[in-house]
Ligand binder design. Structure first.
Ligand code: GH3
Ligand code: MG
Ligand code: MG
Ligand code: MG
Ligand code: MG
Length: 313
């Protein structure tokens, strides 16, 4: 019944009845680690402190019932994605409907039937793993393993909001590989793909703070987002990038230096002044992101015109 190839999961069983916890713990141990809570309050505390893959939640508990706890989870950005299976001794249609309306992924009535419980848990774990994988793939560039353009677009919008709120500067680098058409023509597309992987590695090395975020923007163009970084800091990261590529010394006969290089455009989103209310900013979030990227792109163009293998602000 259990998916033996699957990695061990962490399950949380929430029930005020110790006999249910005892019975279920034996059944659920096949899936990995099982954690228990006797109340919704304890369960929410545990959920905030450790990752859980699936919650089995009793509907009837003193103080806070399962449906109410499910409502709180749905309203929390960190907890909303965790699948919840509701357990109840009420078998009526209205209770079952209420469970699904509240966001439960499945519903089981007590008394627990071991085979059914295990089958349902197995199904939900497989579904949520598949969904997580689809989400990851939809945000990842296959060639380099960096974030893709969609993931960067989302991150940029979140970062502009955060920067406005905290009134902190944020910078972006727009990075383009120099004479890359000629590289492909000289060494072939397979070598070109490998070179892009190397460029991505240098980028990760140069933008090494925990919150720095690198993405393949398209073709041989990359964007790096540098939260809490002013233009001096961003120019420093850009020089690290040039240095990392120079150290790599990947041969490129058609370029000026004889090895692979990039040109970089730098732009900084200046934090709103403390006198300026956030609401007074006329432009939409998308406009502001686009404007920031437009400035980085214009700076990149200047770096290309000035001779490549350099950064411009
Ligand atoms: P510049 O210095 O002005 O940026 O010149 P460039 O040749 O790099 O610019 P151009 O835009 O003319 O050419 C980009 C080249 O990048 C053309 C395209 O074939 C290549 N390219 C884009 N994506 C990939 C990829 O995924 N793999 C490989 N091998 N090449 C790619
Ligand atoms: Mg109960
Ligand atoms: Mg280009
Ligand atoms: Mg081009
Ligand atoms: Mg190029």
């Amino acid at each position: 019944m259990n998916d033996t190839a699957a990695p061990p999961a962490t399950l949380l069983l929430v029930d005020d009845d110790p006999s249910i916890i005892q019975a279920a713990s034996r059944l659920l141990s096949d899936f990995g680690r099982c954690r228990f809570a006797r109340s919704a309050v304890d369960a929410l505390r545990l959920l905030r402190n450790e990752p859980v893959d699936l919650v089995l939640l009793d509907a009837e508990m003193p103080e806070m019932g399962g449906l109410e706890m499910l409502g709180l989870m749905q309203n929390s950005s960190e907890l909303a994605e965790i699948p919840v299976v509701l357990l109840t001794s009420h078998r009526d249609e209205a209770t079952e409907e209420a469970a699904f309306a509240a966001g439960a992924v499945d519903f089981l009535s007590k008394p627990i039937r071991p085979g059914v419980l295990k089958a349902r848990v197995n199904t939900q774990l497989r579904l949520s793993r598949a969904l997580a994988e689809v989400r990851r793939l939809s945000r990842t560039d296959t060639l380099t393993g960096l974030a893709n353009r969609r993931a960067m677009q989302e991150r940029l919008e979140r970062e502009v909001l955060r920067a406005d709120r905290l009134r902190t500067p944020t910078s972006v680098l727009m990075i383009d590989v120099d004479h890359f058409k000629a590289f492909n023509d000289l060494y072939g597309h397979v070598a070109g793909d490998l070179a892009l992987i190397k460029v991505a590695e240098c980028m990760r090395k140069a933008a090494s703070r925990a919150n720095d975020f690198c993405a393949r923007w398209g073709g041989e163009e990359f964007v790096v987002l540098l939260p809490d970084t002013d233009s001096d800091g961003a120019m420093a990261v850009a020089s690290h990038m040039h240095r990392a590529l120079a150290e790599l010394a990947h041969p490129h006969e058609a370029s000026q230096q004889g090895c692979l290089s990039t040109s970089i455009g730098v732009a900084t989103l200046v934090a709103l002044s403390s006198q300026q209310p956030i609401e007074s900013v006329a432009h939409s979030l998308q406009d502001r992101v686009e404007h920031l990227l437009g400035r980085a792109d214009a700076a990149l163009y200047r770096a290309k015109s000035a001779g490549r293998s350099r950064s411009e602000l």
